[in-house]
Structures are given as C-alpha cells and as structure tokens.
Design a protein around this ligand. Sequence first.
Ligand code: PLP
Length: 356
Amino acid sequence: MTPSETGRFFLPGPTEVHPDVLAAQTRPMIGHRGRAIEELLARIASGLAVVFQTRCPVIVSASAASGLMEAAIRNGVHTGPVLALVNGAFSSRFASIARACGREVDVWEVEWGQIHDLDGLAERLRDRRYEAVTVTHSESSTGALQDLEGIASVVAEHPDTLLLVDSVTGIGAVEVRPDDWGIDFILTGSQKALALPPGLAFAVPSEAMMERAATIPDRGWYFDLVKLVESLEKNQTPATPAVSLLYALDAQLERILEEGIEARWERHRRMQALTVEWAEGTGLGVFAVPEGRSPTVTCVNHPEPKRVVSAMAERGWTIGGGYGKIQDRTFRIGHMGDHTVDGLKALLAELDEVVA
Ligand SMILES: *Cc1c(COP(=O)(O)O)cnc(C)c1O
C-alpha cells in the first residue's frame, strides 16, 4: 500500500494499521526465552495497564479474540448455567462458544440493534443463580453499545456470578474501567480499536476470575489463565509468543500513550457523533437504538448496501457490508483505531455522493 492510499480503509475490523507499526514487524527475530523478550514483555505490560485502565495482569495471547472468548468460558464456568445476553451476531457467538464447551446456557435475546435493560437483568439474576453472565459490549454487527458500567453494577449484587465481556470493538476506544466497574473478564483483539494487525488477543482477568479458574480442573492448557498469569508475572509466556506482532504492539502502545487514552476515547466519541449526524442528515438513519450506540462502528440503514459498498470500492474506499441477517438492509462504517475526524469527513463526503 502506498502512503497516498492510507486513510481509506474503514472496515469494522480489521482496521487500518499505521505504516510505522507495520514496519516494526520487520525487526529481526529474538528468542522467546531470555532477556530481550522479557524486556519487551515488561514494557508492553506497563503500556497495556494504562490502555486497559487496570492493575490486574493483561494477558496477551497469540490467537483471534474468539480464542479468549473460549478462555472466558473454560476458566470462568464449571458447568453453568451461563446467562448470555444476545443482541447480534457476536453476542450470539459467545453463547455458542459456551454451549460448544458443554456448558448450560440460558440465552436472553433482544432484537438486533437493541440493548438489554438493567431491570430485566436484575430480575433474571434474582430468578436463577448463574455462574456467569456473558455480554458483548459493542456489538459490531449492529453498532449497539451496552451500558457496561450499569450491567456490571447489577451483576455485582451477586458475588458468585462472574461478568465476562467481549469488548472487541470497545476497550481501547471506549471508556472502560474494568477494576472500578467490577468486570471479571474483558477481552479484545488486536485488529479492531487498537489498530494492530490481526493475530493477538488481550484480556484482563479479575481476582475473582482467577480464583474461579483455579477451581476448574479441566480448563485446558493453551488458554489456562492460571498458567498464563504465572508466566506473565515473570514476563514470560508458556508457549512461543507472536514475536513480530509484539513488535507492532510495542510500537503502537507508544503511539497510543502519546495521544493519551482519554483523548483516544474522546476522538472516538467525536467520530461517532459525526457519523450519526451524517447518517441522520441523509435521511437513511442509524440501525442501533439512540440510547446505545457504539463510538467505533455505525450500522447505517440502506436498501441497497451491496451497491454502496462496491461503489465506494470503485472509488478506492473500503467500508463494511451489513452482517448476518441484516446484511441486505445495512452497511457499516468502522470509525475506530487511528482514524481521525478529518479523515472520516473525507469518507462521508464521498459516501454522500454514492448514497444520493
Ligand atoms: C471481530 C469481533 C469478534 C471476533 O474477533 P476474532 O478476532 O475474529 O475472533 C468478536 N466480537 C466482536 C464484538 C467483534 O467485533
């Protein structure tokens, strides 16, 4: 990709990666045991603590984010029941993963584009004792944003119930305070809001999550949180880490910290406001309910989304198609990662001509 072509890639993941971050991956290889990697992992750990606003360890795994969704279930749930809050494709995947791991799952599904109400959650948690609640913070298939702080405060009334959160298009771009809010496991992938190449996943386990994991004998090997955290404390990893991706992460953390995490949240809020204003101004409208919309992905109503996506491609711009069962009536704009308000304005000006 030539530099002139950057700033035109607005998929809701993978997202555009800055050329300096891509270039960092070409550094020479180092062994995965010894001083050099330990220094790299230590530096990364201190940056991640700021990005994820936590004093808990931040696990870095060489996997897709879905790997850590599986880790959430295998380390956080004995047999169930799990209460899965479903409002789109990715939250539905969380429920499927729990079932695929042999756990009992109660699905509480609301319409795509909606979010779950806190009174309903409180009622369900009173009616049945759940080992865990799964939730997708920012549902990338619809652009809906759950009230994570509110959900966490309801789940906190039940100390035996863990809150397991897929925040793949949330954390790093949207304000989240895992320790203060009482989230037991929150995970993301490298290729979304963090604007890194795909291939790494991250998670913050609470103390309660670690205590639960220790009581589950068949939690597996690759995603065993106890083993992962023990290694992390020595700045090591149980298996070979994705060294080149760690170089990219190291470079990107420096860029994120230079901007500041709160400034990053604010930039995403501004990009969201601009996109929503544009979508409403055109008369097309936004798919997700007004009270819960994601700062990272906007799902726009349109009768011919495939035409829009390909017309934009012909002009040299990439946006996302609709996802799953709403693919024929929506397209998606991923305004996350390192995109800027000005860059987004240029995209929307182009889109204006295409949707007209
Ligand atoms: C992209 C995405 C995932 C899946 O990430 P993988 O890295 O492909 O496993 C899960 N949840 C949400 C909300 C996502 O946006």
